[in-house]
Write a protein that binds this ligand. Structure first.
Ligand code: T46
Length: 137
């Protein structure tokens, strides 16, 4: 099964421009209660981010401006995708290693998270992540 799962948000645009509403508990909506929202912007050129997984955190990442490349890895398979569309949300499940590369100067990455910030939820060691993902520890 592909690691890349999208939510296609409806563009509620009119002649004045575009608008996207993000909701929970509806068809084509975010599949968890949102406890936290953060956004990543002004990323220096050539800088990559991420390089971790989460033990218990689901997220939806929406690139509302610009673009970046997201790598997802479940310990067995690695897939990459461009985030470059404000109407597409990438669902990132727990126990998925993520890396973000090639941020455009204007990239504004909005992330909706199922849990509050908790540093102890991060797995920052790739070998440890692989063992956990493969349930070998
Ligand atoms: C993820 C990817 C997509 C907080 O204090 N609260 C927060 O909610 C977050 C997300 C971060 N921080 C602090 C922790 C660090 O001192 O902000 C600093 C930068 O965070 P981090 O190095 O984890 O950022 P990224 O871009 O590597 O990863 C972030 C999220 O942390 C992570 O959950 O999945 O974006």
């Amino acid at each position: 099964m592909s690691l890349v799962k999208w939510i296609d948000f409806q563009r509620l645009g009119d002649e004045r421009g575009s608008l996207v509403a993000v909701e929970i508990g509806m068809d084509k909506a975010v599949p968890f209660d949102i406890k936290r929202v953060y956004y990543i912007y002004h990323t220096e050129q050539g800088v990559s981010r991420g390089y971790h997984a989460h033990k218990n955190l689901k997220q939806v990442a929406i690139c509302v401006a610009g673009k970046c490349r997201m790598v997802l890895d479940d310990g067995l398979n690695r897939e990459e995708v461009w985030l470059d569309c404000p109407t597409k949300g990438l669902i990132i499940e727990d126990l998925v290693w993520r890396e973000m590369h090639d941020f455009s100067k204007d990239c504004l990455l909005l992330v909706l998270a199922s849990e509050h910030y908790d540093e102890s939820d991060y797995i920052r060691d790739y070998e440890m992540f692989q063992k956990m993902a493969r349930k070998t520890i």
